[in-house]
Ligand binder design. Structure first.
Ligand SMILES: Nc1ncnc2c1ncn2[C@@H]1O[C@H](COP(=O)(O)OS(=O)(=O)O)[C@@H](OP(=O)(O)O)[C@H]1O
Length: 256
């Protein structure tokens, strides 16, 4: 998502989106370099080799990498801190119930024979036992993942973006991201417009072209309809975990 709004980030498929040295500097652009640098096996086997693949950051530049799975990869905090303890970390978080449904919707689009959401989400539905080992559920236990990161990085080096506000107020959220990175607020309201067809904010004029640009079809899909009772059970499951997360980060995301 940041790659679309801010440019200059290594994309999950290993490609580089755009380059805009004034805003964010350069990216990991080594040939054959794959994303998920800090969660890949090769990192543990060849840490120096992998580090050597990273480009030099010149004065006035910031090197960024974007891999959503880092936040939930146990080894990632240690690996990243052993490379640089000054790394700044940005995490986009959204209501974990919506996140789980979004996750399931995405997987279903690739595997149409997937069991029903309800079958995967519960160990025993009538007893209200949620299956926290199912990835779509586990990822949303933000407080748990954060604990591992806090063993390696102080909270001051982390910034949490509200996935909800990123849609309702993208400029506001990106303003805070730019502040956190110590950048001038270059991306502002004037860069966005609300696209009624897409139902999401889009960029008025990306640097790579002169025409407006929205995120791709896989972002902002219509979610699978889930039974109201199931949603309630999941909300109950996440409520105390969300509170723990709010308390740790000192920010209320209002997911209830
Ligand atoms: N401007 C704009 N346009 C489209 N979509 C937007 C935008 N801002 C935030 N979102 C939300 O981003 C969600 C998809 O992001 P992902 O987390 O799946 O991205 S990533 O693949 O992990 O990088 C996607 O989730 P779904 O709605 O579940 O598809 C969107 O809700």
């Amino acid at each position: 998502m940041f790659s679309e709004h801010l440019g200059n980030v290594l994309k999950p498929n290993g490609q580089v989106s755009r380059t805009s040295p004034d805003i964010l500097g350069h990216v990991l652009r080594s040939a054959g370099f794959v994303a998920a640098f800090f969660s890949s096996v090769s990192h543990s086997v060849f840490p120096l080799l992998c580090r050597g693949l990273m480009p030099r950051t010149l004065d006035g530049q910031i090197t960024m990498e974007k891999t959503p799975s880092y936040f939930v990869t146990r080894e990632a905090p240690r690996r990243i801190s052993s490379m640089s303890r000054d790394t700044k970390l940005i995490v986009v978080v959204r209501n974990p119930v919506t996140r789980a449904i979004s996750d399931y919707t995405q997987t279903l689009s690739k595997k149409p024979d997937l069991p029903a959401f309800e079958e995967l989400a519960f160990k025993n539905r009538s007893l209200g036992q949620v299956d926290a080992s199912w990835n779509a559920i586990r990822i949303g236990i933000y407080a748990l993942h954060l604990e591992t990161w806090l063993q390696y990085f102080p909270l001051a080096q982390m910034h949490f973006v509200s996935g909800e506000r990123l849609i309702t107020d993208p400029a506001g959220e990106l303003g805070r991201v730019q502040d956190f990175l110590g950048l001038k607020r270059i991306v502002t309201d004037k860069h966005f417009y609300f696209n009624k067809t897409k139902g999401f904010p889009c960029l008025k004029k990306p640097e790579s072209s002169g025409s407006p640009r929205c995120l791709g079809k896989s972002k902002g899909r219509t979610h699978v309809q889930i039974d109201r009772d199931v949603i309630e059970q999941l909300r109950d499951f996440y409520r105390p975990l969300n509170v723990r997360f709010y308390e740790t980060v000192g920010q209320d995301f209002r997911w209830d």
